[in-house]
Design a protein. Structure first.
Length: 263
């Protein structure tokens, strides 16, 4: 197995290398998140000339709509549901179950002889995901409901917020993609929203722009919490070498910031 996107790299703006083209051309199965996350994938497949099975891990999941009060692209405050596609399903472990099922089924199609072991491994991992969901809920319970306000550098934690009872107060980049650029007016509106909501921190994802996040946090009078892993794992020596580790690390980081370290 080979990951195209290295640790610490933002998939929204990733540019494939010649080595990626070679790897895709020789792959038996290509797994992508789907839902518009990998904007580079169509061009990569064309360059590789690869006619290989491809599975969208998020296939079958329905994109969330922004809830009332969330900051939308253009700095507008949502007054009801909206529908900008959001591909960050994996940040809800219950939705990640569908990823496992889709990958299991794809592997079984290309390798029918291994169907039983793929099924067994999937069942075991799904159990771990359900345990993770229970663990996250128990840790989030340490945060009083009125303090469950999230501010990130771009729109990525919507599904996590929906699952565990957080409110999305705003994002430095008002888009599900980190490729967008906020205007001065949008940033000013965000600062006003953070002050009005009593937000306690701005969470900066790995690979995000620290300059804008720090500017917003300083004007709102709150700290920036760095090194939130949402799009990428770390190597084996880091705090998030696996998906399960990443989620536990992020949850502890969020709870420590919003509940005063009582996680």
């Amino acid at each position: 197995m080979r990951s195209l996107i290295p640790p610490g790299v933002d998939p929204h703006g990733y540019e494939p290398t010649p080595q990626d083209v070679v790897a895709v051309a020789g792959a038996r199965l290509i797994v992508v998140n789907g839902a518009g996350l990998e904007s580079f994938i169509a061009k990569l497949l064309a360059n590789a000339g690869a006619d290989r099975p491809l599975v969208e891990a998020s296939h079958g999941l329905v994109s969330r709509s922004a809830r009332e009060g969330e900051v939308l692209e253009g700095g507008v405050i949502a007054t009801g549901p909206t529908s900008e596609p959001d591909p960050h399903f994996w940040l809800d472990p219950v939705m990640a179950v569908r990823y496992v099922q889709n990958i299991r089924d794809a592997l079984s199609r290309i390798d029918p002889a291994g169907e039983k072991i793929y099924g067994s491994n999937a069942d075991a991992y799904i159990q771990q995901l359900r345990q993770l969901d229970t663990w996250i809920a128990s840790r989030v319970a340490a945060i009083p409901p009125e303090k469950r306000a999230l501010v990130t550098n771009h729109e990525s934690l919507g599904y996590f917020a929906d699952r565990y009872g957080f409110r999305i107060i705003g994002t430095v980049i008002p888009s599900v993609s980190t490729e967008a650029t906020p205007t001065a007016r949008q940033l000013a509106r965000l600062v006003e929203a953070l002050k009005a909501a009593g937000a306690r921190a701005v969470f900066l994802e790995v690979g995000g722009s620290p300059q804008m996040a720090r500017q917003v946090a300083q004007e709102a009078g709150i700290p920036v919490v760095t090194e939130l892993y949402t799009h990428s794992l770390t190597d084996s020596s880091g705090p998030a070498p696996t998906y399960l580790d990443m989620m536990r690390y992020d949850v502890k980081t969020i709870v420590d910031a919003l509940a005063g370290g009582s996680s």
